[in-house]
Design a protein around this ligand. Structure first.
Ligand code: CTP
Ligand code: MG
Length: 246
């Protein structure tokens, strides 16, 4: 019984607009992917389980750099680390990481480096739910905004509202997501063709499990697992960390 974590860090961060790939951008002096890795490795379930294998996906030309970075910081930690070249889409990057999972791994967390402040308790909660028999688990939070479905825009760019979506049964889904290894492999194998192109790839791994028609379960998410997409998100995360340190 071994828990592995796949940390997706191969994106370019186009919307962040930083010269570095997003996962390598510093947040209070430490790169996003290191924040995220630390959070995963600090997780402990009530049964005392922890992440023993960490697989990180990186952009082209960054494999050696990221491996050195992780070795420098996690050298002392009792964890097996693999660094692999990511793919053209997030889905393809996760598939590349799955391909190098050691044989003894039976539960896999998939987490985005873009969610650097996800607390250890969240990863622990997700692993516990998988161990309790839920083969695919995602953290989710209630949606606070009123959400409307829209149709095509008119000439001015305004979009016609089609309907207001009932909010009570909506959840905004985060990472880390957790899976029984066999199910994650099956889902990625079945969906591999879609994964090559950004227009058809899924944005989260649970989406591939849903395509198989298999159940996916939501456990309580955490505000701190918010995703960093824009420069404003990064600035907010800086403020949150500064507040915690104060
Ligand atoms: N990711 C990845 N491989 C890709 C694309 C994305 O591993 N080909 C990772 C990113 O590094 C990130 C996570 O998937 O940790 C979520 O993706 P997103 O927030 O969209 O990050 P980027 O793709 O880097 O950002 P953008 O879409 O703005 O370019
Ligand atoms: Mg992206």
């Amino acid at each position: 019984m071994t828990v592995a974590a796949i940390l997706t860090a191969a994106g370019s961060g186009t919307r962040l607009g930083h010269p570095l790939p997003k996962a390598l951008v510093p947040l209070r002096g430490e790169r996003l992917l290191l924040h995220a890795a630390r959070g995963l490795l600090a997780a402990r379930t009530t049964a005392g389980e922890r992440v023993e294998v960490l697989v990180v996906t990186t952009p082209a030309d960054r494999v050696d750099e990221v491996a050195a970075l992780l070795a420098g910081v996690l050298g002392e930690a009792d964890v097996r680390v693999e660094v692999v070249l990511g793919g053209a889409t997030r889905q393809a990057s996760v598939a590349a990481a799955i391909a190098v999972l050691p044989h003894d791994v039976d539960v896999v967390l998939v987490h985005d480096a873009a969610r650097p402040l996800a607390p250890p308790s969240l990863a622990a909660r997700v692993v516990e739910a998988v161990r309790a028999g839920h083969a695919a688990v995602v953290p989710g939070l209630p949606v606070v905004d009123t959400v409307k479905r829209v149709g095509p825009a008119d000439g001015s760019g305004a979009e016609r509202v089609r309907e207001t979506v009932a909010r009570t049964d909506l959840r905004a889904v985060q990472t880390p997501q957790g899976f029984e290894r066999a199910l994650l492999v099956e889902a990625h194998t079945a969906g591999a063709d879609h994964g090559r192109d950004e227009r058809t790839a899924v944005s989260d791994d649970a989406g591939l499990v849903e395509r198989l028609g298999r159940p996916v379960w939501v456990v309580r998410g955490d505000d701190r697992a918010a995703k960093i997409t824009t420069a404003r998100d990064l600035a907010l995360a800086e403020l949150l960390l500064a507040e915690e340190d104060a």
